[in-house]
Design a protein around this ligand. Structure first.
Ligand code: AMP
Length: 314
């Protein structure tokens, strides 16, 4: 991964930084909820000359998260998985209260991997003693469109909690999923702008057999909605093909996405757009050699599903 803010030349293959090596079995995994204890554990790991990797999650762990953790353990020798449903990234009408939480199930899944040192699962009261924060970390411009437009203050909450987690855990490297592409690129920009000494690694989206991106929110889908949900990845695949075939007009590609998505009768489109990776601003004409993100969000009932394709324009 390039050490500078130079994302527009990277392809997804470059973003996926994999180091092959023997798997590391950990003798015992700690669950830490206290910030002070987490700080001490990180300090000890650093004092032992260990390289620390952090995988931030909101729990309800599935195969997508587990893949992030498997990649993480190849990058460092002390692995922290944080489980924290962060209130500041949810809007007042969003699913903060309903968001699935099952720390015992998360613990079992992580423990079975045998490579994690700590699950860091702080209480909201410790992370936000007043329930919220007076200080926020916002990445301007990159949060204007896509999820930033439909979820007010979402990325401000993400930027804030990730900065807090980095300050508590002091990771040398942190792993994020490309399923949340806007989040991934925004965090890269955040650490670049604020000189945070943490390397950010992206892992490609893990999917079900029919192409649906794994998500904790898939649990909300009814049987029929679940049957229709692969339309997201199908629409993105056709746009990828059209770009490979030479289509360069964003307007036409977006129209194609919308037509394809509207074939799912239970879906309601939130957004469809094509943006450049460097600032997440919409592109009108795709330029050869640049990397763009085709991104979509579709509601099925109360579940809001997102997906994207990161495409190097030939
Ligand atoms: P969440 O718990 O939804 O906040 O996700 C925690 C991390 O897991 C984020 O970096 C996500 O991008 C990543 N993630 C979630 N689902 C997937 C998936 N299907 N494939 C790869 N990464 C994922």
């Amino acid at each position: 991964v390039k050490p500078v803010w130079n994302m527009h030349v990277l392809s997804p293959a470059d973003l996926h930084f994999v180091v092959s090596g023997a798997s590391i079995q950990k003798a015992s995994m700690q669950i830490i909820s206290s910030l002070e204890e987490m700080r001490t554990a990180s300090r000890c790991a650093h004092a032992d000359s260990k390289r620390i990797v952090l995988v931030p999650t909101m729990g309800a762990l599935h195969e997508g998260h587990l893949e992030l953790i498997r990649e993480a353990r190849k990058l460092a020798d002390y692995t922290i998985v944080s489980v924290f449903v962060n209130p500041t990234q949810f809007g007042p009408t969003e699913d903060f209260n309903a968001y699935p939480r099952d720390l015992e199930d998360d613990r079992r899944r992580v423990d079975a991997l045998g490579c994690v040192d700590v699950i860091f699962a702080p209480d909201v009261g410790e992370m936000y003693p007043d329930g919220t924060s007076m200080t926020f970390v916002s990445v301007e411009k990159m949060a204007e469109h896509l999820c930033g437009a439909s979820r007010e203050n979402h990325f401000r909450g993400v930027g804030t909690v990730v900065t807090k987690l980095f300050n508590i855990c002091r990771p040398d490297v942190a792993v994020f999923g490309l399923k949340d592409a806007q989040q991934y690129f925004l965090i890269r920009r955040l650490v670049f702008d604020l000189n945070i000494p943490t390397e950010i690694i992206g892992v490609p989206t893990v999917r079900e057999e029919d192409g649906l991106a794994r998500s904790s929110r898939n649990k909300y889908l009814t049987k029929e909605e679940r049957r229709q949900a692969p339309v997201l990845s199908e629409a993105l695949s056709s746009v990828r093909t059209e770009i490979q075939n030479g289509e360069r007009l964003s307007r036409r590609l977006i129209q194609m996405l919308r037509t394809r998505l509207s074939s799912a009768t239970l879906g309601r489109i939130d957004y469809t757009d094509i943006v450049q990776t460097k600032d997440f601003q919409p592109v009108e004409i795709l330029e050869s050699g640049e990397t763009v993100v085709a991104a979509i969000a579709v509601y099925f009932g109360n579940a809001r599903l997102i997906d994207n394709a990161i495409i190097l324009v030939p």
